[in-house]
Design a protein around this ligand. Structure first.
Ligand code: HAM
Length: 419
């Protein structure tokens, strides 16, 4: 055993399983690419204040889960716990919001949260996200949601549901908050919940304990107290989703772990995952840009959990991605053969074929074992005889059938048989 292990709750992605990870990440990103979202690669760490202000001091993410440290210049920096604040920072910093709106961006990569590790919950997690910034149009909300829905479905996933609600806007949320607090303060709550009711009353509705659920069953709901504008926005989002054929259920008690959400808010939930059932989530954030020092423009986006999507596919018994490492495995017997096959391998690779070679002079048996393990469909076998004759033995590993092909015809032969 090694003297070192990966940090607790931090996964390694290794072959062959990593092929699923790559296929899920790229599949989700591609759904966004096809809807015109441009790719951004942003810093893994940012000024701590960005997250404190952007995500919200009262959230668990900021108050308990951030990887924050002082760098050697004594600046407080934080490993990004989510993507939206960093995207907004970059949009403001580079003036993208002064160009064509909405600014549509996509991203993927690792995020860091010091949560208690468990199945489907990691301290380094991977997301694919999009943000559409600068236009407050319910049709855009529906597009963002439809891109996520299409991304999951393109992977073959179907055991999930989209839950959606509205968290209201500036004109109705403050009154609703008071209404909810009045209701909560009238209940026989313990100190802990009471404190939560003061800081973030919505989160009390998210308490999973049975007795709290029963007590709050009759709590007033934001959806019943939306302003006319927020209600109209929400109705239009639903109408657009209906038109796009994206199924949803309304969950008026949905609570998200980040403070910036306003109006449309949603989550994708998969039932095959146990407690960590959220495979993606997002929503509109009308005040975020202004709060970070930019113009007063709104935005909407999502973050999809790549790790959990991989688990959800597994739960549905589905596989995505490449099931083998290579298409062709070269078995050279002797130095001259090695050189000849290295050349052929290069030509095949240039033609887009995945090729590996046996290294280390393992002999025919050992090399053929390597061929089997690689998952290749063909082995190319060359010994002194073939070198002299200028041929290559092309063996179909599934059937054991072998034919001799002239060296300069191998690429064409493999290409025609692979398609
Ligand atoms: P979030 O709901 O905190 O939203 O995270 C999005 C997704 O990341 C979750 O639905 C889940 O699948 C995955 N995820 C979160 N934490 C973990 C974890 N510890 N382990 C494994 N997977 C995890 C956001 O981060 C927002 N920035 C999304 C957004 C973009 N909203 C607007 N724009």
């Amino acid at each position: 055993m090694s003297d070192f292990q990966a940090p607790k709750g931090v996964p390694d992605y290794l072959p062959p399983d990593s092929a699923q990870f790559v296929a899920v990440r790229d599949g989700l990103l591609d759904s966004a690419r096809r809807a015109g979202y441009g790719h951004v690669e942003l810093p893994i760490f940012e000024d701590t204040g960005l997250f404190a202000r952007g995500v919200g001091e009262s959230t668990d993410v900021v108050s308990k889960e951030m990887y924050t440290f002082a760098d050697r210049g004594d600046r407080s920096v934080t490993l990004r716990p989510e993507g939206t604040a960093g995207v907004m920072r970059a949009v403001i910093e580079h003036g993208l919001d002064r160009g064509q709106l909405p600014v549509k961006l996509r991203y993927s990569g690792p995020f860091f949260r010091y949560e208690r590790p468990q199945a489907g919950r990691y301290r380094q997690l991977q997301q694919v996200g999009v943000e559409a910034i600068g236009v407050d149009d319910p049709a855009l909300d529906a597009e963002v949601i439809a891109v996520a829905d299409a991304g999951f479905r393109a992977l073959g996933l179907d055991g999930f549901r989209l839950e959606i609600t509205s968290l209201g806007d500036d004109t109705c949320r403050p009154q609703y908050r008071e209404l909810l607090q009045d209701f909560l303060f009238g209940l026989d709550l313990d100190e802990d919940i009471r404190r939560r009711a003061v800081i973030n009353p919505l989160r009390v509705l998210d308490d999973k304990r049975q007795h709290v659920r029963e007590m709050t069953a009759g709590a007033p709901l934001m959806l019943d107290h939306l302003s006319d504008a927020a209600k109209q926005h929400f109705d239009m989002v639903l109408a657009n989703l209906d038109a796009l054929g994206v199924p949803y259920v309304i969950n008026p008690r949905m609570v998200r772990g980040l403070d910036y959400y306003t109006k449309t808010t949603f989550e994708f939930v998969h039932d095959g995952l146990g407690a960590q059932s959220g495979i993606g989530g997002g929503g509109r954030y009308d005040g975020l840009m202004k709060q970070l020092g930019g113009q007063d423009l709104s935005g909407i986006g999502f973050g999809l959990g790549v790790d959990r999507t991989v688990l959800a596919l597994k739960a549905e018994g589905k596989t995505v991605g490449e099931t083998s490492r290579v298409d062709v495995y070269c078995v050279p017997l002797g130095d001259a053969a090695k050189l000849a096959l290295a050349k052929v391998a290069g030509e095949l690779r240039a033609a887009g074929v995945r090729v590996d070679l046996a290294y280390g002079d393992r002999g025919l048996k050992g090399a053929m074992r390597g061929a089997d393990r690689s998952g290749a469909r063909f082995a190319l076998v060359v010994g002194d005889g073939e070198v002299e004759a200028g041929t290559v033995g092309v063996k179909e590993l599934g059937t054991g059938e072998q034919v001799d092909v002239g060296s300069d015809a191998v690429v064409a032969e493999i290409l025609s048989r692979l398609t």
